[in-house]
Design a protein around this ligand. Structure first.
Ligand code: WTA
Length: 665
């Protein structure tokens, strides 16, 4: 945290927070408990005694066209099936049933645009829009099992598109708007998408990105992509290819306003979401209909202590990530919640915009990432200080470990010391929150996600043999299936088993994070154990970054590591060797950065590039990233004798010293 340049008020806050670091645990505030839905700790034991029964009770939260015959089929691990024989429709659960129950007039989203535009979308409005768009998709020939890509920003149509797919049984594949069109092409190709829903342009901090134009440059050669549906969001000029491209507003207007929901099997796919793994090829995480919605609805209700009739809930993630899928779209809608949806960035049009919106819509629940909190800390408490945040009653975080000081700042400056904080640990793969406090029950400790939710069995185990560690550090695993777990990697069953179940057998899910358990059994997630870097809560694979960098003509070889960073958690450092006699000039540096922006997205550009003459390799030619991490972070180097050429490290140390000296100049 920046301590210099602080005004005296900030100095005082800094001192207070430092003092608070001594506080080991925070009990749920009495005023919160008095109104909380769940206050009896026996819920954990009850769920533990009959965990399948617990999940069946959570499934009762939904509407089923046909009830399930069996809660869990575990006859073929790790390919589990939940709510076998059950039939339901996700859009029916998220919309129709609420409208039928008389809640049609309730606001589903207070949408707020980057330039201050506002739209109030009720459940009845959303249902009407979803039905029409679902009909339009059907008229284009899209149906059950077809994959449909979605590539747009935080506008209401993204929710309409997801639910319309769910209504007709099409499988959506959302690509985060910050990814490049090249990444979209790759994801459409892997999933053999038949249609892509996108926008003419997207707002980016006062500018408009010409999204459709970029898409056109990359999607031309995909034969399976029969339709591109374009939402006219910003009036950005673009070409429409005859026979392939259609305007969203035109097909919606011509469509049948009625569209009955498809009765889906509980195990039918709902969506694919690509995420980074250890290799360059992203993993297509596959989620299904019944189990996923049970997990989303149950955790959204319990972790956020939702009172749907009075709360205004705001998750400020992007729908392009799993947090947006589960906690902007499916969880809140399944629970008939009223949400805020904001199109823009936290610092546009000004650094207090989030807090202005909390005040404007009287938000009661606020869910964000530690990296955003750290940015707010850097901007200073005067920004939230200008607004009335007294409506807030619960705060949440997700995406990366939160450092205790950021936790305390959040608690004090945003939460006014009255709001419990739920630090929620989960992953794209888990579909919903796994480890988190229940805010009316669990005492919290700053920096710990506390304990697994009812029904979840998490453990920290010894990395050598998988024996459980009661107190101490090891690998985090989940030892029991749960409804919202991924079912496989799309079209890659073997990779699914290999990635998550090879290490400790088919009944132990390997999370990929290291964690520690303390004397009270609390979990402290430390970070990834694989070659995945977590930058501002965005998962990136080092292999994927390396292949983007070496695609640059000047580059011979690259090795990427995640380096700890005060603001973004981790930041990308690339060690790059160049072709022939080339030198690492500013020009080559911009070429490398541009290549990464083009192939992955701007957010993935390396923060630091170290030009190397050679990289440290073992005798079998494997790059030793551990050594690169040590050297980049200025730690003493361990054993280098296993290197093919031990002099490489000395040369690199020299480079880094020179880099340091030039920064200091
Ligand atoms: C990390 C985001 C510590 C972790 C929902 C995990 C966390 C990865 C937390 C998943 C947390 C997520 N504390 N670390 N509360 N939440 N992580 O798939 O390393 O984008 O494996 O899902 O983020 O990232 P993903």
């Amino acid at each position: 945290m920046a301590t210099e340049n602080m005004t005296s008020g900030e100095g005082e806050l800094e001192r207070e927070l430092t003092g608070m670091l001594e506080i080991e645990r925070f009990d749920p505030p009495a005023e919160f408990v008095a109104r909380a839905n769940l206050t009896d700790p026996a819920i954990y034991e009850r769920a533990e005694a009959d965990w399948q029964g617990w999940w069946a009770s959570q499934a009762e939260r939904l509407h089923w066209f046909r009830r399930w015959d069996q809660v869990l089929d575990d006859s073929n691990p790790p390919f589990y099936k939940w709510f076998v024989g059950g039939k339901l429709n996700v859009s029916y659960n998220c919309l129709d049933r609420h409208v039928e129950a008389g809640l049609g007039g309730r606001v589903a989203y207070h949408w707020h645009g980057e330039e201050g535009e506002e739209e109030e979308i009720t459940y009845a409005d959303l249902l009407a829009r979803v039905k029409r768009f679902a009909s339009a998709l059907k008229e284009l020939g899209i149906g059950k099992g077809d994959v449909v890509g979605i590539y747009m920003g935080m506008i209401p149509e993204v929710v309409v598109a997801m639910l319309a797919c769910a209504r007709i049984g099409a499988v959506h594949n959302v690509v985060f708007g910050g990814f490049s069109a090249e990444s979209v092409r790759e994801r459409m190709e892997f999933s053999q998408a038949r249609a892509l829903i996108t926008v003419d342009g997207a707002a980016r901090k006062g500018n408009v990105a010409a999204v459709k134009q970029q898409v056109d440059q990359h999607m031309g050669d995909l034969d399976h992509l029969e339709h591109i549906i374009v939402v006219r969001a910003k009036g950005t000029p673009c070409e429409m290819r005859e026979g392939r491209d259609v305007w969203y507003h035109e097909i919606v207007e011509a469509a049948d306003p009625e569209c009955p929901p498809e009765e889906m099997d509980a195990e039918d796919p709902l969506y694919i979401l690509y995420t980074s793994g250890s290799t360059a090829k992203p993993k297509g995480i596959l989620h299904t209909t019944g189990g996923y919605l049970v997990g989303a609805s149950s955790t959204h209700q319990n972790v956020f202590d939702l009172h749907a009739d009075t709360d205004t809930y705001w998750c400020c993630a992007d729908v392009g990530w799993v947090t947006g899928h589960t906690y902007i779209v499916y969880g809140p809608l399944a629970n008939a919640a009223t949400s805020i949806m904001y199109e823009g960035a936290p610092d546009y049009p000004h650094r207090g915009i989030w807090w202005e919106l909390v005040q404007r819509y009287r938000a009661t629940i606020f869910y964000t990432a530690p990296t955003a909190i750290r940015a707010c800390i850097k901007w200073g408490p005067e920004h939230p200080g200008k607004f009335d945040l007294s409506s807030l009653r619960l705060l949440g975080t997700v995406g990366e470990p939160i450092n205790p000081k950021a936790w305390l700042w959040y608690h004090k400056v945003i939460g006014g010391e009255r709001c419990p904080i739920v630090d929620t640990w989960w992953q794209t793969e888990t579909g919903s929150i796994m480890i988190s406090p229940l805010p009316g029950i669990t005492s919290t400790k700053p920096g710990s996600a506390t304990r697994p939710l009812p029904g979840i069995l998490a453990e920290v185990v010894d990395e050598r043999d998988g024996t459980p560690i009661e107190e101490g550090q090891g690998l985090l695993v989940l030892k029991r299936p749960w409804p919202s777990m991924l079912r496989t990697l799309y079209k890659e069953d073997e990779r699914f088993v290999e990635t998550y179940f090879r290490r400790f057998g088919n009944e132990t899910y390997l999370v990929g994070d290291a964690a520690r358990r303390d004397k009270d059994g609390y979990f402290w997630v430390i970070g990834r154990i694989d070659d995945v870097v977590n930058v501002s809560g965005h998962r990136l694979s080092t292999a994927e970054l390396e292949s983007a960098i070496v695609a640059c003509e000047a580059v011979a070889e690259a090795a990427v590591i995640g380096q700890s960073d005060e603001l973004t958690g981790q930041a990308i450092t690339a060690f790059v060797t160049l072709q022939g006699e080339l030198d690492g000039s500013d020009e080559v540096e911009s070429l490398v950065r541009a290549e990464v922006a083009e192939r992955i997205g701007k957010f993935a550009r390396p923060k630091r590039i170290i030009w190397a003459d050679d990289l440290p390799k073992t005798r079998s030619g494997k790059i030793m990233r551990r050594l690169l991490r040590d050297i980049a972070e200025g730690r003493a180097l361990g054993d280098v004798t296993t290197l093919r050429d031990p002099t490489v490290m000395a040369a690199l140390e020299e480079k880094i010293r020179a880099e340091q000296a030039s920064i200091e100049e």
